[in-house]
Ligand binder design. Structure first.
Ligand SMILES: NC(=O)c1ccc[n+]([C@@H]2O[C@H](COP(=O)([O-])OP(=O)(O)OC[C@H]3O[C@@H](n4cnc5c(N)ncnc54)[C@H](O)[C@@H]3O)[C@@H](O)[C@H]2O)c1
Ligand SMILES: [Zn+2]
Length: 330
């Protein structure tokens, strides 16, 4: 399934395909037979480290070695770390001008990261503090990739899918909320609607001056937890962190939103977040780029499908919510 392409020619002959080294190139060529002609196949080590300054530097080095420049098309095959990092490197290389094509291979990539044109890199442990806006010319969604995705990574995407449903409205949410434990059969039929929500919101406000901020629901606390977890041996997935972040934000949202959404989220998460000190998370939250004047800005729900953004969050409000999540009966 080709989800969309702005410039049809671009997918025919990328000059280079940067792909997650965990994936087989034969599988990529099978899905895009036209790519037999691609001269350069570049494996990358996917993961948050690809989004570090060293990771971005290594992508620029390859662009230089391959002589890539304006008018060339680069393709990225992999999850959100590949499209974020390659998108950032490509959009800054020679001041942009290269076209990008994404073939997302994770659920996070398929429904979220590959769409909407936000590129991102991390700096000194702060997630996504560097970035540009550049729309891909095409996004090639092949749900077949999900058959080899580990369950924990599928679940990671499920939380972004759930976020889209919570932003879409009560009907979309009700369809998801009854799912006991998400499987491939629950996911695949929902991909298209989830992409539609992302594109509806992102295209209404491409540079995030208003509505698009709603897509950060769960991410203020989620990014802090994710950054914290990357300083430990067993990092949590992006989506799982967003899941905990949504539960936290529901505690200072309207009670009707909390009542409608919390039980399903905790069921999918399988329990409380790790017992991280609220102060430690807060220090990460203060780095968040959504903030203004050193205040932490949050997204809350006034109801299902009714997000409100730029809400100033006080430390004690956050601490109460975070502490409540740790309680066994929460
Ligand atoms: N730009 C955006 O709008 C946006 C939106 C959401 C998330 N993101 C970013 O996306 C990143 C998370 O994305 P992700 O979860 O896709 O991360 P990822 O790229 O690290 O992929 C997750 C894991 O799955 C493996 N993998 C990928 N495809 C596979 C397949 N088909 N089969 C088996 N294993 C496979 C990868 O090697 C990796 O270990 C975060 O950095 C987040 O900030 C960006
Ligand atoms: Zn996300």
């Amino acid at each position: 399934m080709i989800f969309y392409t702005l410039l049809n020619e671009s997918i025919k002959t990328p000059r280079a395909v940067f792909y997650d080294a965990r994936l087989e190139t034969a599988r990529i060529r099978q899905l895009e037979p036209g790519w037999e002609q691609v001269p350069h196949w570049e494996p990358v080590q996917a993961g948050e480290r690809l989004k570090s300054t060293e990771g971005i530097f290594s992508l620029w080095e390859r662009m230089e070695r391959l002589g890539l420049g304006r008018g060339d098309v680069v393709a990225g095959v992999g999850g959100g770390t590949v499209s974020d990092a390659l998108g950032f490197a490509a959009s800054t290389w020679k001041r942009g001008g290269m076209a990008s094509v994404w073939m997302p291979t994770t659920l996070v990539g398929m429904i979220d990261a590959a769409h909407g044109g936000k590129t991102a890199a991390n700096f000194r442990g702060t997630k996504n503090i560097l970035g540009t806006y550049q729309l891909p010319t095409a996004v090639l969604v092949h749900p077949e990739w999900l058959t080899t995705l580990p369950q924990e990574e599928l679940l990671s995407g499920w939380f972004e899918l759930a976020k889209h449903a919570l932003l879409e409205g009560p009907e979309a949410w009700a369809q998801l909320a009854a799912t006991p434990s998400p499987t491939l059969a629950d996911v695949v039929p929902r991909i298209e609607a989830s992409i539609a929500t992302k594109l509806r919101i992102a295209s209404a406000d491409p540079f995030e001056s208003g509505l698009r901020k709603a897509l950060n629901f769960g991410h203020t606390v989620g990014h802090a937890l994710e950054a914290w977890s990357h300083t430990h041996d067993t990092p949590l997935t992006h989506g799982r962190c967003v899941g905990h972040g949504m539960r936290c934000a529901l505690r200072y949202s309207a009670p009707e939103a909390l009542n409608a959404a919390d039980a399903a989220l905790v069921r999918w998460l399988g329990g409380a977040p790790p017992p991280v000190d609220a102060r430690a998370l807060w220090s990460y939250m203060l780095q968040d780029k959504k903030n203004e004047e050193r205040e932490v800005r949050e997204v809350v729900l006034d109801g299902i499908g009714r997000p409100r953004w730029d809400v100033t969050l006080r430390f004690d409000t956050f601490e109460d919510a975070w502490t409540a999540l740790q309680a066994p009966e929460a």
